[in-house]
Write a protein that binds this ligand. Structure first.
Ligand code: DGJ
Length: 738
């Protein structure tokens, strides 16, 4: 997101050599660096906001500490390679004369502000070479997040080669620091893993080329006070805002600090920087909270809704997606029937997924047609117009699936433009999904125009389209651009994502309110590199409610509920084949952006009535879920038999509490969950949603103080009191608290 134009202050602090401490602050956090001209930039502090006298003391005392560590390069806020070879660095380059060393010192400090943020720019220059590295810190005035990144430029006579170019470096004081990170794979995204940081190096990276959050995530938390807790303890959160390959490194060596570096993954991507060219690294968003991991999540969610998610302040619609209902079996009548069904249950939008396109090559399975974005008139004789008319008839909106960055070798596009695909020179193509999928080369401006035109043509012809599901189902398998010159082949991964961002910028400039979902074989694009252009993402191709609790739990650490597409699907589930009660499926889906992914004509009337009621209730709680503050209460990863979380609105006047049983054994002992985030002095009334029990809960309609709910808590029955045919091993509850 661009720094706003409205500058109210622009200050350049004079270049005089006295010790100069620079404080970069948000309402509750601050980062202090020492930016003394002629010296290396020093990291001094990051954490809670300090009062001025403590801050002064800290910076005075830290002067001595810096001296002690300076020889190790430890507190250098942006360490460069060459004069401290044994240590990890943020930056390394080979100068045009072959010199491998860089020696960066502070040149000047500049600040500028607008209503939302203050941007501090610390210009570093090499002591001997005309190389400039600007370190940026953007501190928000109404969100506890500091974004930091760099730009690199030079005036050497010939190109230089960048071999390391982290966005940021942060030293974290050792003690009992734990790392929370997210790993996974297709259909099992965002699994939370927590570990103490020990000696050696922890590297979290991605090399997919296209999708970057299947196997790992570019967001991490550091709990500074031992084993991570949700509601207590000091925690630093960091999210790299990048859509492409990334690398996060945490080096723990023989010093008092863990050294955290984050940025683009330089593997196979060393960068040839021309004189006067500027290389900008993606931002690392940092936050700090002394209210545990949930505190970090709340900070990030609030910043993201305001600044980092397309239409982040707009309620998301309740939709039915056709994929698991009909897969490729798209036809006019079928779409009309699904639209009618979701409309009758109170849904607001229908999304036609894969399978609607292809003329010469119809898209009946995944082996053909990507690139040929024309309606298959055999399946849809009335075209998109017919579908839009159906949507209008049912009083809902219409959305459509595309996979614009891709083609199949069996496609008219590939026949016309084999030169547009990513391919290693002299090699046969390694093909993706369906044995025929290829990736279009977004480093090529002509390809960028083509990808933009896919959305632009659809929207020009059918302006009523309200939603696009933008899929991406292949990695960059072949290293080779047919567009980039031979001496820039190393730029492929970076240029791809520059091209991708350019296309997204153009789309957003022209269609700012169009809802766009980032899907990438499920949750491959959950990151803050794409979210400025996308309203939400598909959390996973796995819609099994139980496994979703684990995946959505991990995802919620950095992403607010309104970004997490969460759908009620069929039972048995299509991925795990698990039989799960409809109530449980609904209770899980209603903790994210609710949708459905099911063939409604296979549902019973009772099931439809249940969903209609659930949708109506979701509309009631939607502002709390989508804009509220998250408090995770009982983690599914702790294996206590249940999981629980809640959302509380800003005023603390309304909350929604979720409780899901995650395993079922007779006479099992489970904890009584204490609520959080409420006003202790306020009186709240409890009302259960999606009730299936014959009798209401004993506390239905009763009122309790926030203090009671947070310090005593409510006893949640482990099972449901239903007639025998409705009995199942699944139990869950949603309580509206207001
Ligand atoms: C992968 C996505 O994740 C699915 O939801 C679906 O859209 C398919 N692609 C369609 O091919």
């Amino acid at each position: 997101m661009k720094f706003k134009q409205l500058l109210v202050i622009l200050v350049t602090i004079p270049n005089i050599a006295f010790s100069q401490s620079v404080t970069i602050s948000t309402p509750r956090t601050e980062l202090i660096v020492n930016a003394t001209p002629g010296k290396t930039l020093q990291h001094v502090y990051y954490g809670t906001r300090l009062n001025p006298s403590d801050e002064k003391l800290l910076t005075d005392i830290d002067g001595a500490k810096i001296d002690r560590f300076e020889s190790q390069g430890l507190m250098n806020a942006y360490p460069a390679y060459g004069l401290d070879c044994p240590n990890e660095v943020a930056f390394a380059c080979k100068h045009s004369d072959g010199n491998m060393s860089t020696d960066l010192i502070v040149d000047k400090v500049t600040t500028s502000s607008d209503v939302n943020a203050t941007l501090t720019t610390i210009s570093l220059k090499d002591r001997k070479y005309p190389l400039i590295v600007d370190v940026f810190y953007k501190a928000y005035s109404d969100a506890d997040v500091i974004e930091t990144w760099t730009s690199i430029s030079h005036k050497e006579k010939k190109p230089i080669t960048l071999t390391q170019f982290s966005s940021a470096f942060l030293p974290i004081r050792r003690g009992d620091v734990w790392l929370s990170s997210f790993y996974g794979s297709w259909a099992n995204e965002a699994r939370l893993v927590e570990e103490p940081l020990t000696q050696g190096e922890k590297v979290i990276y991605n090399r997919d080329g296209i999708r970057n959050s299947h196997t790992a995530h570019s967001e991490v938390m550091f709990s500074l006070d031992g084993k991570p807790q949700e509601l207590n303890g000091r925690v630093i959160g960091a999210a790299l805002c990048y859509s492409g390959n990334y690398k996060l490194r945490v080096e723990t060596g023989d010093t008092e600090y863990h050294k955290f570096f984050a940025g683009i993954n330089e593997d196979f991507s060393y960068y040839t920087l021309m004189p006067n060219e500027t290389f900008v690294t993606p931002a690392l968003a940092l936050t700090y909270s002394n209210e545990g991991k949930s505190g970090v999540s709340r900070n990030i969610h609030s910043w993201a809704r305001k600044y980092k998610i397309a239409n982040g302040n707009t309620e998301r619609r309740i939709l039915l997606n056709s994929w698991e209902g009909v897969y490729f079996d798209i036809n006019q009548e079928g779409m009309d029937q699904m639209m009618g069904d979701i409309a009758s249950m109170g849904g607001e939008l229908f999304v036609m997924d894969d399978g609607w396109f292809g003329d010469k090559y119809p898209r009946n399975i995944d082996t053909s047609s990507l690139g040929d974005w024309v309606v298959d008139s055999r399946k849809l004789p009335k075209g998109i117009e017919g579908l839009l008319a159906d949507a209008k008839k049912h009083g809902i909106q219409f959305g459509i699936w595309i996979e614009p960055e891709m083609a199949n070798t069996t496609s008219e596009l590939y026949e016309k433009h084999p030169d547009w695909v990513i391919k290693a020179p002299q090699r046969d193509l390694v093909l993706g999904r369906g044995g025929t999928q290829v990736v279009l080369d977004l480093s090529n401006p002509e390809v960028q125009d083509f990808v933009f035109s896919i959305v632009d043509n659809l929207m020009a012809k059918y302006p009523e389209i309200a939603y696009i599901k933008w899929d991406a189902n292949m990695s960059i398998m072949n290293h080779g651009s047919q567009y980039l010159p031979s001496d820039k082949q190393n730029h492929l991964f970076i240029e791809y994502h520059r091209g991708f961002s350019k296309v997204c910028e153009r789309i957003r400039a022209k269609y700012p309110t169009l809802t766009i979902q980032a899907c990438a074989s499920g949750g491959g694009r959950a990151n803050y590199g794409v979210l400025p252009y996308f309203d939400e993402f598909w959390v996973s191709d796995n819609t099994d409610a139980l496994q979703r609790i684990f995946m959505q739990w991990g995802t919620s650490m950095f992403f607010p509920a309104l970004t997490m597409a969460s759908h009620i699907s069929a039972s048995p589930n299509h991925q795990t084949h698990r039989l799960v009660s409809l109530k449980y499926r609904a209770d899980v889906a209603m903790s994210g952006r609710l949708g459905m992914e099911i063939q409604p004509k296979n549902m019973t009337e009772d099931e439809k009535i249940f969903c209609k009621k659930a949708i109506a209730d979701y509309k009631r709680i939607r502002p709390i879920v989508q804009f509220g503050n998250i408090y995770r209460l009982l983690s599914p990863y702790d294996n206590k038999g249940a999981a629980s979380l809640m959302y509380v609105n800003d005023e603390k006047s309304k909350a929604v509490f979720y409780w899901w049983r995650t395993e079922t054994f007779c006479n099992q002992h489970m904890p009584r969950v204490l609520m959080a985030g409420l006003n202790p002095d306020r009186i709240y009334t409890i009302h259960e949603l999606n009730r299936i029990d014959k009798q209401p809960l004993s506390y239905e309609g009763k009122s309790f103080s926030g203090k009671y709910l947070m310090e005593v808590g409510l006893e949640i029955p482990y099972t449901h009191n239903t007639d025998w045919p409705l009995q199942s091993s699944w139990s869950s509850r949603i309580l509206l608290i207001e």
